[in-house]
Design a binder for this molecule. Structure first.
Ligand code: CP
Ligand code: NVA
Length: 313
């Protein structure tokens, strides 16, 4: 199993089987347990290097991937797309060919998802999606880990994503839960449904795994009896020009305490962060008893250690 994962790209959770995702989640649990017992360094990637290529800003992804490499005995290198020759017109294909001669893996955060696919096509080494306009699989796998940790098997839970159903994190949650055979409820206004390509992929997966998607326009109806309420920003990186319209369209999808009170009394609130407090979530929710957002952010580190340890040769 481990040998089979070595060398693979990590572009979408839909590229993996349920068995492979469970194995990654179990490996992440092992890394977290050992970290908490004081074993900060487990040098399975001694001497290996990971490039961290960013077209967009990042706090969590950059720091957690960099630390993950250090804690696995390797090294990470921050590469701003603006400062590479990429910014002066060197092609993605040529950049991928060169980077994969130096590095053992490339994590990339890009605007267009197609750029990741091109990087992966021309790189001999694993390409890891650190967010694109379409997907954020490293986030979603860490989120599923957090759900397991806090609430147990996602197949027995009511998980509700409230807000922009076309969001990259929502897409990856949908695909990841889909592979595992769980159900996701998305509560979004018309015009903010998941992308057609993601829905098609989800339907293909669901026909095998028995997963389910429900779209409920009324957020109060959607959140009734929920175990997990998840939201993300209304204006993702790259959508700044649409800010006014998005805020107007999504206004009634704010996760506030009135909405959270519709969920189960022991429901958790999740957000991939960064949060726009006062927009998609209010202070009393993100700072309140429901919130697990800081554990969620921490889990990025443990889960990414598993991804890197399993995929990098
Ligand atoms: N959640 C997440 O990916 O955060 P950053 O944009 O800070 O990396
Ligand atoms: N949907 C957000 C996620 C940030 C981690 C964005 O793309 O900006």
């Amino acid at each position: 199993m481990v040998r089979f994962l070595k060398g693979r790209d990590f572009i979408s959770l839909a590229d993996y089987t349920a068995e492979e995702l469970w194995f990654m989640l179990e490996t992440a649990k092992m890394f977290k347990t050992r970290y908490y017992s004081g074993e900060y360094i487990i040098p399975v990637l001694r001497g290996r290097s990971l490039g961290l290529l960013f077209e967009k800003p990042s706090t969590r992804t950059r720091i957690s991937f960099e630390l993950a490499m250090i804690q696995l005995g390797g090294h990470a290198m921050y590469l701003s797309a603006r400062d590479l020759q990429l910014g002066r017109g060197e092609t993605i294909a040529d950049t991928a060919r060169v980077l994969s001669r130096y590095l053992d893996g490339i994590m990339a955060r890009v605007y267009e998802h197609e750029k990741l696919l091109e990087l992966a096509e021309y790189s001999d080494k694993p390409v890891i999606n650190g967010l694109s306009d379409l997907l954020h699989p490293a986030q979603a796998l860490a989120d599923i880990f957090t759900i397991l940790e806090k609430k147990g098997d996602p197949r027995r839970l009511k998980i509700v994503f409230v807000g922009d159903g076309g969001d990259n994190v929502a897409h990856s949650l949908l695909l990841g839960l889909g592979v595992l055979g769980a159900k996701l409820v998305i509560s979004s206004p018309k015009g903010y449904d998941p992308a057609k390509t993601v829905l098609e992929k989800f339907n293909e997966i669901a026909s095998i795994t028995g997963a389910d998607l429900e779209i409920e326009r009324d957020p109060f109806e959607a959140v009734k009896g929920a175990d997990v309420v998840y939201t993300d920003v209304w204006v993702s990186m790259g959508q700044e020009a649409e800010r006014e319209k998005r805020v107007r369209d999504l206004r009634s999808y704010q996760v506030n305490s009135k909405l959270m009170k519709m969920a189960k009394p022991d429901a958790i609130f999740m957000h991939c962060l960064p949060a726009h407090r006062g927009e998609e979530v209010t202070d009393d929710v993100i700072d309140g008893p429901w919130s697990v957002v800081w554990d969620q952010a921490e889990n990025r580190l443990h889960v990414q250690k598993a991804i890197l340890a399993l995929l990098i040769r």
